[in-house]
Design a protein around this ligand. Structure first.
Ligand code: GDP
Ligand code: GDP
Length: 455
């Protein structure tokens, strides 16, 4: 039974820390004992002991890399999660839900010798609701005689059931062909940009805050001239800039360099350009004119970066014009209007004098590190356990909703899924986010927390 969810709906790929390539992820979902682990072992073509035996909520999801017909992908065995605090049905549903959420396609396994049970039907609903591509595996079809039983599974409404014997390998080739057809080539979350290259930075901010001045300062005058030519088409131009001993890709700089003197609709185009740059970037450097009163447009641009799920650095420019009085008001404005991004690293710079330019790179790197932080399920649940014990949710209508357990479903930005026994009030969710940040950092990154309620 579901309740609510918020945050980055098409969130990021669940990469293992240190993984270089974004491989598509296949979640193997099904009731206990239908043969998921056996099937996973067959898919990965080897026996790999499932490690880390700890009681309770502590085991991280079990991911393996696999190859079929030259294509690489990841397999997640959702049966590898042990979530003892819930009853068996809730546990199965929770495992499935997390598995589905973090995958690009689902392999749904049913025991053909048993047929579709109520739990199977419930899982079908979850899979349907996710809209993810699904392949139906009718397992334990060890021989011709049981093949007819697989056909009954058409009734689940998930299309053709593939009769398989995970134990003996029968039918697994056809099954894997179907899986490959269902899996996307590369996960959509890569924005079509190769990973492992220079980090992608969007320099954004309202007109006249000093974007082109800053870019000129960091890129050096020579490059400006060269790129001025390239920019004449008004196409987005990505520019490689050396900073702090590294190469960074500043995306869509043409829109910054060439001041488009439009009157009507200028805001609209500026906003489209900001969206396009954010789409391509990993981290946004939001430039604000510190010498002027914070404008509604400044906060709107910050919100755009947060909602796009990007790492965020806030740079207050024109610091050379700062005096005591302005500084006093600026701090008040920040407290009042920028509370929602208190976690963003802040640098006070001057594109004119070059003040504190050297602080830009460390701030960007800090934000990217926060953006990519992964907390293990064990650590997260130890933290949640303490939090719930020390600060239980207020009692409402005689009931006290409890966080049962949680997991980090993704990074870039970090996304958490919490399972709770009742509706968690917004205030309590904010409290959980605040405590998460205190405990684990997450400097410079938005984080999303979705809550699933189990009755
Ligand atoms: P899981 O709980 O879904 O991961 O299921 P397991 O992979 O642990 O399998 C449960 C039991 O079913 C084990 O005893 C397996 O040996 C058995 N099993 C799995 N696949 C098959 C199969 O294709 N045919 C038969 N006869 N037994 C199977
Ligand atoms: P953009 O529209 O955001 O690209 O802003 P520009 O880079 O064109 O800058 C707008 C105006 O602010 C120009 O007149 C710049 O010379 C001035 N400016 C930019 N950065 C600074 C700074 O750090 N200090 C001061 N005093 N003026 C600046």
């Amino acid at each position: 039974a579901l309740a609510e969810s918020e945050g980055f709906e098409d969130g990021d790929l669940d990469l293992e820390a240190g993984a270089h390539l974004p491989l598509p992820v296949l979640a193997v979902v099904g009731r206990p004992n239908v043969g998921k682990s056996t099937l996973v072992n067959r898919i990965i073509g080897r026996r790999e002991a499932v490690v880390e035996d700890r009681p309770g909520v502590t085991r991280d999801r079990v991911q393996y890399e696999a190859t079929w017909n030259g294509r690489r992908f990841k397999v997640v065995d959702t049966g590898g999660w042990e979530i003892d605090v819930l009853g068996i049905d809730a546990m199965v549903a929770a495992q499935a839900e997390l598995g589905i959420e973090t995958s690009d396609a689902v392999l749904f396994v049913v025991d053909a010798t048993v047929g579709a049970t109520d739990t199977d039907e419930a899982l079908v609903k979850l899979i349907r609701r996710s809209g993810k591509p699904v392949v139906l595996c009718a397992n334990k079809v060890d021989g011709q005689s049981t093949e007819a039983e697989a056909a009954y599974l058409w009734s689940l409404g998930l299309g053709e059931p593939y009769p398989v014997s995970a134990l003996h390998g029968r039918g697994s080739g056809d099954l894997l062909d179907a899986v490959m057809a269902a899996l996307p080539e590369a996960p959509p979350q890569t924005f079509g940009v190769a990973l492992g290259g220079p980090r992608r930075v969007a320099l954004i901010g309202r007109p006249n805050v000093g974007k082109s001045s800053l870019l000129n300062k960091v890129a050096g005058e020579e490059r400006v001239v060269v790129n001025e030519l390239a920019g004449t088409t008004r196409d987005p131009v990505d520019e490689m800039i050396e900073l702090g001993g590294k190469t960074w890709k500043f995306v869509d700089t043409a829109g910054i360099r060439r001041r488009v003197h439009l009157t009507a609709g200028a805001d609209f185009y500026a906003s489209l350009r900001t969206s396009a740059a954010l789409e391509k970037a990993e981290v946004a450097v939001v430039l604000i004119d510190a010498s002027e009163t914070l404008a509604e447009q400044d906060t709107r641009i910050i919100s755009m970066a947060v909602e796009a799920g990007r790492a965020v650095v806030i740079a207050y420019n024109k610091w050379d014009q700062m005096d005591e009085e302005r500084r006093y008001y600026l701090e008040r404005e920040i407290e009042k209007d920028l509370v929602q991004v208190q976690w963003a690293p802040r640098v006070n710079v001057s594109a004119k004098t070059g003040r504190h330019m050297e602080k830009l790179v460390p701030a960007i790197e800090t934000a990217l590190a926060g953006w990519e932080t992964r907390i293990t399920t064990a650590k997260l649940n130890a933290f949640l356990g303490e939090l719930v014990a020390a600060h239980p949710h207020p009692i409402r209508g005689g009931k006290q909703p409890r966080i049962l357990f949680g997991t980090q479903a993704g990074i870039k930005p970090p996304r958490f899924v919490l399972f709770a026994s009742g509706f968690l009030e917004a205030g309590y969710r904010r409290f959980v986010e605040r405590r998460l940040r205190e405990e684990f950092g997450f400097v410079g990154t938005p984080i999303s927390i979705s809550v699933r309620v189990r009755e």
